[in-house]
Structures are given as C-alpha cells and as structure tokens.
Write a protein that binds this ligand. Structure first.
Ligand SMILES: Cc1cc2nc3c(=O)[nH]c(=O)nc-3n(C[C@H](O)[C@H](O)[C@H](O)COP(=O)(O)O)c2cc1C
Length: 277
C-alpha cells in the first residue's frame, strides 16, 4: 500500500532519474547532475536532496571511500592557507583512457568565458578536440604540438589550443594584456576542470606555424598554448624520466622572492620572514 502511494507520488522509479551523457538526469525537472554535484548534495545533507535523486545519492554515499589520510605527492604544502582546489591541482602527463563528457568540456570553457579581461575584450579563442568523439580532429591538433609534448599528450583524451587576439576589436589598437587574459581564462578553465576531477596540462611547446595553417588563423590572432585535458592515469604508462616527474613534489619560490615593497627585490614587509601577521 505504502509502495503504491509512493509510486503515485514519485511516479515509476524507472522514469524518475536516468543516466545520460555522464550525468544523472532528474527527468521531471529536466536537470542533469554530475558526480561532483551529487557528492556535494550528499555532503550538504539529505534535507536538500531532490526526492527522485535520493536513491542515487544514497548509493553514492555508500560507495564513497572513507577519506584517505595519505596525501597525494603533488598536493602543495603551502606556507599560508589556500583553496583546496589550488593545493590539489597539478599538471599530469599520465591520463586515463576515459572519455571526457561533453557537458564537462562545456563547463570548462564556460569558466573561461566568465574570466575578467582588459576592457572586457575577451581576447581568448580555443580549438578543442576529443579523441573519443572525433579522432581525426584530435590528430590534427596533436600534430600542432612539438614532439616532446606529443609523446605524453597523446594520452590525454581531450586536447585544446588557446589563441589570443592581439588588437582591441573596437579600435584595432594593440591589446598589451591579451596574453595575460588568455592565461587567466585558461587558469579558470583549469580550476573548473579540477572541481570535476579533471586535470589540465598546458604546453608552450607548440608549432605555432602549423596551428596557424591548420586552423587558418587570422593575422591578428596568435597561438598561445596547448592544453591536455583528462582524468588522472597510471604513471606506469610514462617513460622513466617522466614517471619520476609525475610523482615528484611540486615546488615554488617563497613569497619573499617575488613580492616586493619599496624597491625591486626588496621583499615587502607583509611577506618578509614568513610573516603571518
Ligand atoms: C603556459 C604554460 C606552458 C607550459 N608548457 C609546457 C610544455 O610545453 N611542456 C610541459 O611538459 N609542461 C609545460 N607546462 C607545465 C609546467 O611545466 C608546470 O605547470 C610547472 O612545472 C608547474 O607544475 P604544476 O602545474 O604541476 O604545479 C606549461 C605550463 C604553462 C602554464
């Protein structure tokens, strides 16, 4: 009887939610949720769970491994507290042979879209290719990378290349900040990727002339960097030197080496001697 009443309330369970395109879809609200969003909903507490999704969420909850105490060797050990996203992002060379869901690719590019830029020029452009969805387009993009990068980037299921427009669209004057702004857009894309368990490895090592010809790039645009995107893979797939780098801790200059006060190379008081005041 209760089951009958529930079925009347929720409709047949089969149609309440379904998996498509890497997302769990609530068929009534027509909204799709990915693993990250489902996990967040579970972590935020059952009260906010939409009913038809509660089964999936419960399943996720039970299948979620207990938090690991072991820290990944690439996780940063910062001197001052920063976002987990920033601590845990890094640039891998080993990627899993797993398709990146098109919706996740769109979300990465949407993050780039909403990046700030000088005069809101949005000088960035991207070429994108997914090996699982269009192997020919993927090969064309792979050919735009230098050999040293191709060797490992071919593990990545998605490749991108960033470009920037050298002049302002309104008056054709040089846009000094365009390379800065495409870098910022790619950083936003990278952090959005990490939020979805995806990793990005940018590459300066590209054949800009090949990219220019392959994509018929207009004269006032400049190829900037390649981006290899995917889920983490097994370092065993890499050559010995790259395997070592894949597991080595990340290192950085200290704040007092690049934050200056009164004079160039004179550390600002706020960062001198590891100050935490
Ligand atoms: C614009 C840019 C260009 C890069 N070019 C290359 C490259 O051509 N080949 C490569 O293996 N890594 C490249 N990298 C990755 C850097 O070496 C890497 O970000 C740096 O060592 C810091 O490591 P992390 O990203 O893991 O913190 C590049 C990174 C950026 C942001």
């Amino acid at each position: 009887m209760t089951r009958l009443r529930n079925r009347r309330r929720f409709g047949p369970a089969r149609t309440a939610s379904q998996e498509r395109d890497g997302l769990i879809w609530n068929t009534r609200s027509k909204k799709g949720f990915d693993d990250t969003e489902l996990k967040r909903m579970v972590q935020n507490g059952g009260a906010v769970l939409p009913d038809p999704l509660s089964l999936h969420c419960a399943l996720l909850l039970t299948s979620m491994a207990p938090p690991s105490t072991a820290q990944h060797p690439k996780t940063a050990d910062p001197d001052h507290d920063i976002l987990d996203l920033l601590r845990e992002r890094w640039s891998p060379r080993a990627f899993a042979d797993r398709r990146v869901e098109p919706e996740k690719i769109r979300r990465m590019l949407e993050a780039a879209r909403w990046t700030m830029s000088s005069y809101n020029e949005q000088p960035w452009r991207y070429v994108v290719a997914s090996r699982h969805d269009d192997p020919e387009a993927y090969e064309r993009l792979l050919d735009c990378l230098i050999d040293g990068n191709q060797a490992w980037a071919q593990n990545a299921p998605v490749l991108m290349m960033s470009f920037y427009k050298e002049t302002f669209s309104g008056n054709d004057r040089p846009n000094r900040c365009a390379p800065h702004d495409v870098g910022a857009a790619s950083a936003a894309l990278t952090f959005q990727a990490k939020e979805m368990d995806l990793y990005v490895h940018q590459m300066a090592g590209i054949h800009a002339d090949v990219a220019r010809e392959t994509y018929d790039v207009p004269d006032d645009f400049e190829p900037m960097a390649g981006l290899a995107v995917g889920y983490l893979g097994d370092p065993e797939m890499l050559s010995d030197d790259k395997k070592t780098a894949e597991q080595a801790p990340r290192s950085r200059r200290s704040l007092d080496e690049f934050v200056f006060g009164d004079e160039w190379e004179d550390s600002a008081d706020v960062v001198a001697n590891g100050s935490s005041r």
